[in-house]
Ligand binder design. Structure first.
Ligand code: SDX
Length: 392
């Protein structure tokens, strides 16, 4: 039934925080954003509408959405000096290294939105971060391929603008493919937020010290980069290419089950989902739709489908409740759209910025919030006296 989750005062928990943004039921494979199922948002909403929902708690009316879109659009440009910042990187720098650096540097340029005690400045910083991430990511890609940066075009949608800044060139007009635009916008929705995952917890912990929002998001980008987290989409596609053909799947499933082999099936398993990740379901459906619309096929998708089928019939994966997660299919579709694997996690960071800023705002606007201080169980030596080096 509709309503708001509440807990009786006697309820005790080891939870790190209270949040009303995202609800996950890992056993049932349920994911809600402000109460709305991810499947309905992916099918019927837009990434900008979901961004508004996460920041404000309710779906916007048409005027509210139009105003929000205009606000975000007006923040898409980067300070011109930041383009110089890019030129300090090697051309072969990983886009996530560039995004980490540039996101952190934003606090050196947008001082008028770093006072976290001012709700107005908090919202301006949030809008700036959501608006500028596509520009930052697209410029990281352009720099890596030695092509000129393209300025944002305010006539395009949020996702259309990102596609043009990434794949357009000054020499010719770039026409946004509506099928690709809709698929990528849906992929952004699927990555927008996911409760207290490692990178969101990093953003919250950094924010709890009073650090400025740009520095907090840079910390989140750093954490997301790891292959156990957001880096899994790049690792999953590399793994599918390494498998290469269906006949080699049993070899890789055997390796994933071998405790002496550190290899894990990338894009499989999850800390919370012990059922199908609902985002993977939508992602697989989107791959099929885009491949059909673009009349493309990719043997790697067939390998992914057969790997999923074989793994889900294997006792090891069934007993340990290991299912495909959001990262298993995302690389297949991003590759079909034209992104190199090194850009996959950058796109995850672009989309997750909505969740990070929404979670940061929720935390920082709580007058009761205190600096985070995770506890430890001490396992070191008991107290002992110092021994001078000539006596050791
Ligand atoms: C994301 O937290 C979030 O919400 C993250 C995320 C988000 O939106 O923010 O959903 C995004 O990070 C998704 C996960 C992407 N990572 C990968 O796909 C990397 C491959 N997956 C794993 O490394 C692993 O599944 C983790 C890191 C995701 C979870 O690791 P855990 O916590 O160890 O998983 P678990 O406790 O459920 O594991 C149970 C068992 C373990 O074996 P035993 O210790 O019981 O013998 O299953 C094994 C694990 O070793 N296992 C795997 C496996 N994942 C877990 N074995 C083989 N292949 C795998 N992929």
């Amino acid at each position: 039934q509709t309503g708001t989750f509440t807990y009786d005062p006697g309820f005790t928990s080891t939870a790190s925080c209270e949040s009303g943004l995202t609800y996950i039921d890992g056993d049932e494979g349920v994911l809600l954003h402000r109460g709305y199922p991810i499947g309905q948002l992916a099918e019927q909403s837009s990434f900008m509408e979901v961004a508004y929902l996460m920041l404000n708690g309710e779906l916007p009316g048409q005027d509210e959405l139009a105003k929000f879109n205009t606000t975000i659009t007006r923040h898409t440009m980067l300070h011109e000096q930041l383009a110089t910042f890019y030129r300090g990187f090697r051309r072969d720098a990983h886009p996530m290294a560039v995004m980490c650096g540039v996101a952190g540097a934003l606090s050196a340029f947008y001082h008028d939105s770093t006072d976290i005690t001012d709700p107005k400045q908090r919202m301006i910083a949030s809008h700036r971060l959501i608006a500028k991430m596509p520009t930052i990511a697209a410029m990281a890609y352009k720099y890596s391929v030695g092509q000129p940066f393209l300025y944002p075009d305010n006539r395009l949608s949020y996702t259309g603008n990102f596609l043009r800044m990434t794949f357009g060139v000054p020499a010719e007009e770039y026409v946004v493919n509506p099928v690709v635009e809709k698929a990528l916008d849906r992929i952004f929705i699927l990555h927008a937020d996911h409760e207290q995952n490692a990178s969101t917890s990093t953003v919250r912990l950094a924010g709890s010290s009073g650090a400025n929002p740009f520095a907090c998001i840079a910390a989140g980008i750093a954490c997301l980069w790891g292959p156990a987290h957001g880096g899994a989409n790049e690792a999953a596609l590399n793994m599918l290419h390494e498998i290469g053909r269906p006949e080699r799947i049993p070899e890789f499933i055997a390796r994933a089950k071998d405790k002496n082999d550190p290899f894990r099936l990338m894009g499989f398993g999850h800390r919370v989902y012990k059922n199908y990740d609902p985002r993977a379901t939508v992602m697989q459906k989107t791959v099929r739709e885009v491949f059909k619309e673009l009349n493309v096929s990719d043997p790697v998708f067939d390998v992914a489908l057969q790997l999923e089928e074989m793994a889900l019939k294997d006792d090891y994966f069934v007993e340990k409740k290991l299912f495909p997660n959001v990262d298993f299919y995302s690389g297949v579709i991003l590759s079909a759209i034209g992104f190199p694997t090194t850009m996959f996690t950058a796109l995850f960071a672009l989309a997750r910025t909505v969740g990070w800023v929404a979670q940061w705002n929720e935390m920082i606007s709580d007058p009761e919030q205190k600096i985070g201080r995770p506890r430890q169980l001490y396992t070191g030596p008991t107290q002992r006296d110092y021994v001078p080096v000539d006596k050791r």
